[in-house]
Design a protein around this ligand. Structure first.
Ligand SMILES: NC(=O)c1ccc[n+]([C@@H]2O[C@H](COP(=O)([O-])OP(=O)(O)OC[C@H]3O[C@@H](n4cnc5c(N)ncnc54)[C@H](O)[C@@H]3O)[C@@H](O)[C@H]2O)c1
Ligand SMILES: O=C(O)[C@H](O)COP(=O)(O)O
Length: 528
């Protein structure tokens, strides 16, 4: 099978090499597509690679019937409808590290240009003027830089600012006193920044919280003559408020790489001599573009091949160590989910997943996704995957909870899935046995020991002599070979179960004949 990949924004060719050189994928690079053209083309693609130009809307995602992954060759994913991607089971991955240096350096270039009016002076000289009076600047030395957002880029900017002998006051909800001290900066509030800073630079994502975070009230609190930079996302600074603050003389200069609406060729801020601007060039270096394209290409290949990946934006990420430990359990978890749902005859109302033994030492959320995927996909098919499984559960009013138990009985690890319905609760437990792999070890109160094979037959009966022979003969009559058989009972002569792994699926005739055997109370085939 050849996977089809569409690249709809200009992406570095060297970075795309892992995809271009791979025989299992076909890459179409079609930039500048109109919205209509993109809608028309998207149904044939398994993966889409974008930068910030392509707006990936809910309706585009809904039209993308084959789409498994959207790769953002860069950081910001505000051009992608993440909720729609999650609901449709599409993984969104980005390249969070590749353009950090590039953007931090761009911010610094902007700050120096802002302080020394370099773009304005250059323009004046190009216009034939030797003007040495109009462009007197300020030094960065001994000034205070306020940084809003101390993530990857904010941190790199802070380190460069320290080298220029600036004092730094920073605000980030995740900035601890300890980390601030380590970096040699002051941890402050937004108000501290407004009060103290000569230069303010923002490095947050655009979120509900950060949208128009720097507004009229914020400008009012700032020092007169403050200089402000935005190389993060248009909309963090309210543009009208900035315009007014420049006109009032509150803000001495602004450096903008990003705008609320891009392209922003006729923006009123661009007519202000105090404003310097670049057309969203923060990540535009050879190095960054190669890195982000490479990172996202590798991630897409991993996802298409069903291998572990790390930079998903719409799924929690897990460390490679945890992934390594949990990887063998994913199959077991999925099979337990598939088996559990086949044991119930009524609509499930609640699922409880209990982890015990060594599993309690790990973040099992990715494992829970696999259990729920197995459980839901049995009836809902492949529209359910690990990305949208929780969303799907919610949309079917199925609540789920996770519990951790101290006791794994006689095993080193144990996963138990309980499903509640109006008729009661059915429970199934499985373990990973060293040297044997995944085993189902308990159904309700009956202990068994069977591998989660493709065709299973689950028989409930009274514990009477000869039952194994009768079942074996009946299956033999229908030319069904038994691979393994397990019996379990609560007490001698009481209720008992048989779980058989058989070589081919059963049919109605087999069910009919098994039903004729006295003391068999129910027969259920289980498909895995
Ligand atoms: N101009 C460009 O070309 C360019 C290039 C790369 C990244 N970016 C943008 O730069 C921004 C930062 O990127 P990054 O790689 O450093 O991201 P990051 O995730 O490493 O850091 C973002 C930081 O912002 C902090 N934050 C979130 N909400 C906040 C709030 N209300 N107040 C203060 N801090 C808050 C987060 O805690 C986090 O530490 C993003 O918006 C990204 O899209 C722009
Ligand atoms: O978020 C990002 O990575 C930057 O804004 C870069 O965007 P770009 O890939 O469109 O240059």
């Amino acid at each position: 099978m050849t996977f089809q990949i569409l690249v709809s924004d200009p992406v570095n060719q060297e970075g795309l090499e892992p995809l271009l050189s791979n025989q299992e994928v076909n890459v179409d690079q079609k930039t500048n597509l109109s919205e209509e053209e993109l809608h028309e083309l998207i149904p044939q693609y398994d993966a889409l690679i974008v930068r910030s130009q392509t707006t990936v809307t809910a309706s585009l995602i809904e039209a993308a019937s084959q789409l498994k992954v959207i790769g953002r060759a860069g950081v910001g994913v505000d051009n992608i409808d993440l909720d729609a991607a999650t609901e449709n089971g599409v993984i969104v991955v980005n390249a969070p590290d590749g353009n950090t240096m590039s953007t931090a350096e761009h911010t610094f270039a902007m700050m120096m240009s802002l302080a020394r009016h370099i773009p304005q002076a250059y323009q004046s000289l190009m216009n034939g003027k030797w003007d040495r009076k109009s462009f007197k600047g300020v030094e960065l030395n001994k000034k205070t830089l306020g940084i809003v957002g101390m993530g990857r880029i904010g941190t790199e900017v802070a380190q460069r600012a320290k080298a220029c002998n600036m004092s730094i006051v920073a605000y980030d909800p995740f900035l601890t006193e300890e980390r601030a001290q380590k970096l040699g900066i002051s941890k402050g509030t937004l108000d501290d920044i407004y009060e103290q800073a000569d230069f303010i630079t923002v490095h947050t994502p655009l979120t509900k919280d950060t949208k128009h975070m720097i507004d009229e009230q914020a400008f009012a609190k700032m020092k007169n003559g403050v200089r402000i930079l935005n190389c993060a996302r248009g909309g963090i600074i309210e543009e009208n408020a900035l315009l007014e603050a420049i006109e009032d003389g509150k803000v001495a200069g602004a450096a903008l790489d990003v705008f609320e609406e891009e392209p922003a060729t006729h923006h009123p801020l661009l007519s202000k001599p105090e404003v310097i601007a670049t057309p969203h060039l923060g990540a535009s270096t050879e190095e960054a573009q190669t890195l982000v394209a490479y990172d996202v290409s590798e991630e897409i290949l991993r996802i298409l091949k069903g291998e572990p990946f790390k930079n998903a934006v719409n799924m929690p990420s897990i460390s490679s160590e945890v992934r390594e430990v949990l990887e063998p359990y994913y199959y077991l978890g999925e099979k337990l989910g598939e088996m559990a749902i086949q044991l119930v005859l009524e609509a499930p109302t609640k699922v409880t997943i209990t982890y015990a033994g060594e599993l309690t030492d790990y973040d099992t959320s990715s494992l829970t996704r696999n259990v729920m995927k197995g459980l839901l996909s049995y009836h809902l098919g492949d529209k359910v995957n690990v990305v949208n499984t929780f969303h799907m559960a919610k949309s079917y009013n199925l609540s789920y909870s996770v519990e951790y138990s101290g006791s794994a009985q006689d095993f080193t690890n144990l996963i138990t899935v309980s499903i509640e319905t109006k008729r009661g609760t059915r429970t199934i437990s499985g373990t990973m046995l060293t040297g044997y792999g995944p085993r189902i070890i308990k159904i309700d109160d009956y202990s068994i020991d069977i591998a989660p094979d493709t065709h299973l037959l689950y028989i409930q009966h009274r514990d009477t002599p000869g039952m194994i022979g009768l079942v074996g003969t009946t299956l033999g009559k229908h030319d069904i070979n038994i691979a393994t058989m397990q019996v379990g009972r609560k007490e001698e002569g009481g209720d008992a179960i048989m779980m058989l792994a058989i070589d081919r699926p059963t049919d109605q005739n087999v069910f009919h004949d098994l039903g004729l055997i006295e003391n068999i109370t129910s027969v259920k085939d289980i498909h895995l």
